[in-house]
Ligand binder design. Structure first.
Ligand code: NAP
Length: 317
C-alpha cells in the first residue's frame, strides 16, 4: 500500500495533548509531501496541533536525515516503515526502509543525550512467523521471534522487513546503550484519521464492499487507538521494557463476518469461504505484558463498528 499510516496519526493525536517534546517518524509528515495538504490536513486539524505540532522533512534512507529533528527531544516514536503486499522489489520497497531506516533513526538518537527512550513500532510480523504450528491452545508471546528463513520460503517480505528491523534495533540498542521498547501490534484497524485507505483497513472494506467470498484466513485484530495508547505508555512509563505484543483478539475471517452481520444487518456480506480447505486455525496471543503496561483492549465489535462507520463517512463504499 502506498498511503498513510493509520497508527501514526493516532499517536500524534494522543501525544499532542500534554507530552514532552517527542518526535514521530513518518514520511508523509516529514518529506516533500508535507507540501501536499491532502497528506497533512488531518494532522494539522488535530487538537493542539497549532501550538505543538511541527512537521519536518526526513527520509529513512538518507543518512543523518533525522539528526537535527531528534535534537533536544526526550522521546522518539519510530513508526515509519512501509506495509503493503504487492511488491516488485522487496529489498528496495520494504526491507531497506525498515532495516536501514530503523538503524538510521537509532544512529541519530544515539547522538542525543536528552532522549530517554525510543519506542519502535515493530509488529506481530516479527513475532509469529517462525514455523511453529498454530492451534487454538497455542499461546504466542514476546519470547517468539519470526524466522527469516521460514518467511523467505513463503515470500513473506513484509514479515522479513519487520523481523530484520527489530533484530537490528535490539542489537544496536545493546551495543550503544540506548533504551528502546518495541510495540508489536497485530492487524491495526479502527477509525481512519487520514483520507486514504491503508493495508490493514482494506480487509474490512473488502468484506463490506460487496465481496462474494471471504478469505480463509485468521486475523490478529487490534484497535488503532489501543496501539496509540501503548506507544504513549511505553514512552512515559519508566519501567516499560522489551517487547509488547498487542493483539486484542484472534479470530477467523468467518467470525469477523458474523460480527459485522450482527452490527450491520442491512449490509450485503459474503456468505462463503474463498476455498474449500479447513479454516486456518485460531491461536492465542498473550496480552499479559500489554495489560501490565496499562493497555485496555477495545472490544473488537466496537473497533469494527467504528471502522465501518469511518469508511462510510469517508465515502469508501
Ligand atoms: N497497519 C498495521 O496493521 C500494522 C501492524 C503492525 C505494525 N505496523 C507498523 O506500523 C507502522 C505504520 O504502518 P502503516 O500500516 O501505517 O504503514 P504505511 O501505511 O505503509 O505507512 C508507512 C509510512 O512510512 C513512511 N515511509 C515509507 N518509506 C519512507 C522513507 N523512505 N522515509 C520516510 N518515511 C517513509 C510512509 O510515508 P509516505 O506515506 O510518504 O509513503 C508512511 O507514512 C509501520 O512500522 C508498520 O510496520 C502496522
Amino acid at each position: 500500500m502506498a498511503g498513510e499510516a493509520v497508527a501514526a496519526a493516532w499517536v500524534y493525536g494522543q501525544s499532542l495533548s500534554s507530552r514532552p517534546k517527542s518526535v514521530i517518524t513518518h514520511r508523509s509528515y516529514f518529506t516533500s509531501s508535507i507540501d501536499d495538504k491532502k497528506k497533512t490536513a488531518h494532522l494539522l486539524a488535530l487538537d493542539g496541533a497549532k501550538e505543538r505540532l511541527q512537521l519536518f522533512k526526513a527520509d529513512l534512507l538518507e543518512e543523518g536525515s533525522f539528526d537535527s529533528l531528534v535534537e533536544g527531544s526526550e522521546g522518539v516514536f519510530h513508526t515509519a516503515s512501509p506495509f503493503y503486499h504487492n511488491v516488485s522489489d522487496p529489498q528496495a520497497e520494504l526491507i531497506d526502509p525498515a532495516l536501514k531506516g530503523t538503524l538510521n533513526v537509532l544512529r541519530s538518537c544515539a547522538k542525543v543525550p536528552s532522549i530517554k527512550r525510543v519506542v519502535i513500532t515493530s509488529s506481530m510480523a516479527a513475532v509469529a512467523f517462525n514455523g511453529k504450528p498454530l492451534a487454538p491452545d497455542v499461546v504466542v508471546d514476546e519470547s517468539w521471534f519470526s524466522d527469516v528463513a521460514v518467511c523467505e520460503k513463503s515470500k513473506l517480505w513484509y514479515m522479513i522487513s519487520k523481523t530484520l528491523a527489530e533484530e537490528a534495533a535490539w542489537k544496536f540498542a545493546k551495543e550503544n546503550g540506548i533504551d528502546i521498547v518495541t510495540i508489536n501490534p497485530g492487524l491495526v484497524t479502527g477509525p481512519l484519521l487520514q483520507p486514504t485507505l491503508n493495508t490493514s483497513v482494506e480487509p474490512v472494506l473488502k468484506l463490506v464492499n460487496g465481496a462474494e467470498r471471504f478469505p480463509n484466513t485468521t486475523y490478529r485484530w487490534v484497535d488503532v487507538r489501543d496501539v496509540a495508547t501503548a506507544h504513549i505508555l511505553a514512552l512515559e512509563n519508566a519501567s516499560a521494557s522489551g517487547r509488547y505484543c498487542l493483539v486484542g483478539r484472534v479470530i477467523h475471517c468467518s467470525d469477523t463476518v458474523n460480527i459485522l452481520r450482527d452490527l450491520f444487518p442491512a449490509l450485503k456480506l459474503p456468505e462463503e469461504c474463498a476455498d474449500d480447505k479447513p479454516f486456518t486455525p485460531t491461536y492465542q496471543v498473550s496480552n499479559e505484558r500489554a495489560q501490565s503496561l496499562g493497555v485496555k483492549f477495545t472490544p473488537l465489535e466496537m473497533t469494527l463498528k467504528d471502522t465501518v462507520e469511518s469508511l462510510k463517512e469517508k465515502n469508501f463504499f
